[in-house]
Design a protein around this ligand. Structure first.
Ligand code: BG6
Length: 277
């Protein structure tokens, strides 16, 4: 079943319920801000103090960072413009009693071409089932080649930051952005201070290990993964999150960032896909 809902603030979203899971997707940003298997704790974290209104980005769920990750294109806002735009709903498909697919797209407009000159089609297919799948397809509709970086910036809901570890990144090179140094991951990723790292050459399953459950993350069309937790000081400065919120989430972002930036010729497409189970 699905319903189009409107929050008091006017923010519109699609609520999906089926025999496997529940999901909520804001039309602004095609932003999935809730996903939980029936009877289980949510897999995605959403800040209790997040802005939930047009023009402001949601703190939690899965922001779509596009066509630039971080400040890689200094002419664009941080993480690009797609997360703050109104997307078009293309289709909702009830595949079976436990699987619902939502397809949304964003096309270039006069406004987008003022910020980023290219013609494009960006399409996301979000599959709500006992696993969560997101496929983000970029098509170059321009006559020139373009370069872009992107991320499905997933905020995972965790029991407590000190309880978790991340495997699958062992021995991978990464850019530690806090000191701007190139390093190699030694063992699992653990958290006892701020982490903001861009891993490269990632080619295997990533597992987020928590006290009572493991979450598996499989990326396709991507070899870069960003791991982020703001910790105490940065957490206090962040919009849409309270001082203690850093304990409740970790971001593991399926990306094409830094050395993994993509170039598309006219009419070429690239798909970034993540399966979370
Ligand atoms: C992460 C970056 O991807 O996103 C961090 O690596 C950044 O540096 C974080 O702070 C959140 O960004 P924003 O724009 O959503 O506050």
């Amino acid at each position: 079943m699905y319903k189009l809902m409107t929050m008091e603030s006017g923010l519109k979203y699609i609520e999906i319920t089926n025999d496997s899971a529940c999901g909520k997707i804001a039309i602004q940003g095609a932003h999935l801000f809730h996903f939980a298997r029936n009877g289980e704790e949510p897999i995605l974290w959403l800040s209790e103090t997040s802005d939930m209104e047009h023009g402001k980005h949601i703190r939690g769920g899965v922001p779509i960072c596009w066509p630039s990750f971080g400040m890689s294109n200094p002419e664009l806002p941080q993480h690009g413009f797609a997360r703050n735009r109104m997307w078009d709903l293309v289709n909702i498909i009830e595949v079976d009693v436990g699987t619902t697919q939502v397809i949304m797209e964003l096309n270039d407009s006069k406004k987008s071409r003022r910020e980023w000159e290219y013609k494009f089609n960006l399409q996301i297919t979000i599959t709500i089932s006992d696993e969560l799948k997101m496929e983000l397809k970029t098509t170059n509709l321009d006559t020139k080649t373009f370069k872009f970086t992107q991320a499905l910036h997933t905020y995972f809901n965790i029991s407590e930051i000190s309880n978790i570890s991340i495997s699958g990144l062992e021995n991978k090179p990464f850019l530690e952005t806090l000191t701007n140094s190139n390093q190699v991951q030694n063992g699992e990723v653990l958290f006892n201070s701020e982490v903001d790292s861009v891993y490269q050459e990632v080619d295997s399953e990533i597992v987020l290990k928590d006290k009572n459950r493991d979450i598996k993350i499989n990326n396709e069309g991507s070899s870069s993964v960003v791991v982020w937790n703001p910790w105490i000081e940065k957490g206090k400065r962040m919009s849409g999150m309270c001082d203690e919120a850093y304990k409740e989430f970790v971001c593991i972002e399926s990306a094409n960032a830094f050395d993994d930036a993509k170039f598309l010729e006219p009419m070429e497409s690239h798909t970034l896909k993540v399966t979370i189970s």
